[in-house]
Design a protein. Structure first.
Length: 399
């Protein structure tokens, strides 16, 4: 099979970039021919002022990318086109380029952009579904896209325009949702298509389990409000006996460093940004990982890495996290933002290394059951088969 893979690279670190690259490697390792069409957000920095001024219009319809993808589709004649991210440079015009060449289209939904201008369903420290039904006035009022009402209105207009001309409904044959929870959320919020297939993320190269540990807890990821960093810091104040390491960067990095100094948190060590290999070395030596998110995650790669490494995870009881972590089996869950519960869960695993080790082993078993490359490859091929049948009219489109 020949697959045209299309992706607008985000600035790293990015889980979407990682998933795109891993799926590309997986398909090539199985003998498929992959034709990749990519753009980079870093291209924007080198643009002339006049080109940057046209970016909002480009999000509506990129003439350049429509023309180039049409050429690639007609020249290469792929069996299917698989999209990951199309904003801000590629635009939904690329779907129409592929369909114009008779190529079935698959789109992986890594976020909630089509039903939420900010893409995260998160505002002011809480989950927000105020734009349910794709009525985006609340998002515009609060400036949910890049903290700007003007830019939010622009993104909302792009989504509404393409709904009006039926791009989302008629020019994408199959959407891939990362979990049952995500699928239910899209449908509840008025996503304009019913053609879905659930396929989770995976790890191309599983980590060798490390069931021995050095007794510390760890957080690896974006240092942001939606990740529950304030609740994590408050929880660590209540358990000074637990050594804890934080790796990452983000808008709350200065807040984290300031809180460390203000409260003299000797047990918390902020390590800054590390390479992926360094992060994994720290993870393998940890007793447990914490993911205290307060928003609807996709399928976090770092959580798959913890399961692969045989480490129990403490996660918020929100969205897909409580699907992946079964309380008391391969980790523990707590109410999002409730520091007392989080500190109690950390104390429990810190005080019970044998119990933590058994949870980690069960997490590894669950990883091998659901999140390996072989399992994912079968699901990916099934998604392509369905998209091709829909594109060829063998299955009625649900929209």
């Amino acid at each position: 099979m020949k697959i045209l893979m299309i992706h607008n690279y985000l600035r790293p670190p990015s889980g979407e970039n990682t998933v795109f690259e891993q799926e590309r490697q997986l398909l090539e390792s199985k003998g498929h021919e992959v034709v990749a069409y990519t753009r980079q957000n870093s291209e924007i920095e080198a643009m002339r002022f006049s080109e940057k001024a046209m970016l909002p219009l480009r999000a509506f319809w990129s003439i350049t990318d429509h023309k180039e993808i049409s050429r690639v589709a007609r020249t290469e004649k792929p069996d299917v086109a698989h999209f990951h991210n199309i904003f801000p440079l590629i635009s939904p015009s690329a779907y129409r380029a592929c369909k114009g060449a008779g190529i079935p289209v698959v789109q992986t939904l890594h976020h909630f952009r089509i039903v939420c201008p900010g893409a995260l369903l998160f505002r002011e420290g809480r989950v927000c579904e105020d734009c349910s039904g794709m009525h985006f006035l609340p998002g515009i009022k609060h400036g949910c896209y890049r903290n700007s009402s003007v830019q939010t209105a622009g993104m909302a207009a792009v989504v509404r325009f393409h709904r009006m001309i039926r791009t989302w409904q008629a020019y994408v044959d199959l959407y891939i949702a990362l979990s049952d929870f995500a699928l239910d959320t899209y449908r509840r919020l008025g996503f304009p298509s019913r053609s879905f297939y659930v396929k989770t993320n995976f790890l191309q190269d599983p980590i060798e389990p490390g069931h021995e540990d050095e007794g510390y807890g760890i957080y690896i990821g974006r240092i942001g409000e939606e990740k529950g960093i304030p609740a994590l810091v408050d929880a660590l104040r209540e358990c000074p006996e637990i050594p804890f390491k934080v790796i990452g960067d983000g808008p709350l990095t200065d807040y984290l460093i300031r809180r460390l100094k203000e409260h003299g948190l000797q047990n918390l060590e902020y390590l800054g940004v590390k390479s992926h290999s360094e992060c994994m070395r720290y993870l393998v030596k940890a007793r447990f990982m914490v993911l205290p998110s307060q928003w609807y995650e996709g399928v976090p790669m770092v959580l798959l890495e913890a399961m692969s490494a045989g480490k129990p995870a403490i996660v918020s009881n929100i969205g897909v996290l409580s699907e992946m972590i079964r309380d008391g089996i391969n980790g523990l869950v707590f109410t999002p933002g409730v520091r007392e519960e989080l500190s109690e869960r950390m104390k429990r695993l810190y005080a019970d290394p044998d119990g933590a080790r058994e949870m980690g082993k069960k997490g590894r078993a669950l990883f091998e059951e659901k999140y390996t490359r072989e399992v994912n490859y079968g699901m990916l091929m099934e998604a392509y088969r369905k998209a091709i049948e829909i594109g060829n009219g063998k299955i009625r489109r649900k929209s």
